[in-house]
Write a protein that binds this ligand. Structure first.
Ligand code: 13P
Length: 248
C-alpha cells in the first residue's frame, strides 16, 4: 500500500509574514490529517525560516528546483547539498514552468534528478503534456519521453526513491482539472511503463496528480487507483484550502 503525499508548491508567492501565518495554520491543522504525508515547497530564501517553523511537526520540506551541478561558478544556482543542509527532504525537478518559461530540457531535468538523489534528497519529478500535445494524441509519448530521460541517466531503480508528479500543463493554474478518469489513465500508463522495466519499482513509486486540485475535487482524484496524492499550487497558499486537500 503506497502512502498518500500532498505537497504544496508555493511558486513565487509569500513574504516572511504570510509564510509564518501559513505554516502555523497548516501545523495547527495537522491533527486532522490522517495517513497522508504533507510537505511544503517554499521559495529558496524562506526555506531556512520554514525549516525552523516546521521543527517538531510532521510536515516535510522541499525546494522548487535544484542545480544540476554540485559546486562552482554557476551564478544564481542552489545545490542539492545546500538544500539538504538547510533541512529539505524533497526537491521538485522539471516543473512545467521551469520547462516552458525557462527552457529546461529533459536532459537538464534528468541531471537535476540525479544531483538531488546523490545528496539524499527525494526528487519530485514533474511531467505532463501541453494542451496541443493532448489534442494531437501525444500525451503518452510526451510523458514517456520525459520519464525516459531520467531512466536513461539514473536507471529505473532510481525511481523507487523518487516521487513522480503528473501535471498536465493545461490544468495548471487554469481552474481546469483533468477528470479523475483522465488523470487515472495517464497515471496507469506511467506505472505500466515503469512496470515493463521493473515491477517492484512500479508498485512502490508514488505518482501525484497536479493541476487545479482543490478541496472540492481532491477526494475524487485521490480515490483513483494509481493516484497517490497531489502537488498543489494555488490551493496551497492558504492553510484552509491546503488542509481541505490534505484531509480529503
Ligand atoms: P495549481 O494547483 O495552481 O493548478 O498548480 C499546480 C502546480 O503547478 C503544482 O506544481
Amino acid at each position: 500500500m503506497r502512502q498518500t503525499l500532498v505537497a504544496g508548491n508555493w511558486k513565487l508567492n509569500g513574504s516572511k509574514e504570510s509564510i509564518q501565518t501559513l505554516v502555523k495554520g497548516i501545523a495547527d491543522g495537522m491533527s486532522d490529517v490522517d495517513g497522508t504525508a504533507v510537505a511544503v515547497c517554499p521559495p529558496y530564501v524562506y526555506i531556512s525560516m520554514v525549516a525552523d517553523l516546521l521543527d517538531g511537526t510532521e510536515i516535510g520540506l522541499g525546494a522548487q528546483d535544484v542545480a544540476d551541478q554540485e559546486t562552482g561558478a554557476y551564478t544564481g544556482e542552489v545545490s542539492a547539498a545546500m538544500l539538504k543542509e538547510v533541512g529539505c527532504q524533497y526537491t521538485l525537478v522539471g516543473h512545467s514552468e521551469r520547462r516552458s518559461i525557462y527552457g529546461e530540457q529533459d536532459a537538464d531535468t534528468a541531471a537535476k534528478f540525479a544531483a538531488a538523489q546523490k545528496e539524499g534528497l527525494t526528487p519530485i519529478l514533474c511531467i505532463g503534456e501541453l494542451l496541443e500535445e493532448r489534442e494531437s494524441g501525444d500525451t503518452e509519448n510526451v510523458v514517456a519521453r520525459q520519464l525516459d530521460a531520467v531512466i536513461e541517466l539514473s536507471g529505473v531503480e532510481a525511481l523507487a526513491d523518487s516521487v513522480i508528479a503528473y501535471e498536465p500543463v493545461w490544468a495548471i493554474g487554469t481552474g481546469k482539472t483533468a477528470s479523475p478518469q483522465q488523470a487515472q489513465d495517464v497515471h496507469a500508463f506511467i506505472r505500466s511503463k515503469i512496470a515493463g522495466l521493473n515491477a517492484d519499482v512500479a508498485a512502490k513509486v508514488q505518482i501525484l496528480y497536479g493541476g487545479s486540485v482543490n478541496g472540492g475535487n481532491a477526494a475524487e482524484l485521490f480515490a483513483m487507483e494509481d493516484i497517490d496524492g497531489g502537488l498543489i499550487g494555488g490551493a496551497s497558499l492558504t492553510s484552509e484550502a491546503f488542509l481541505a486537500i490534505c484531509t480529503a
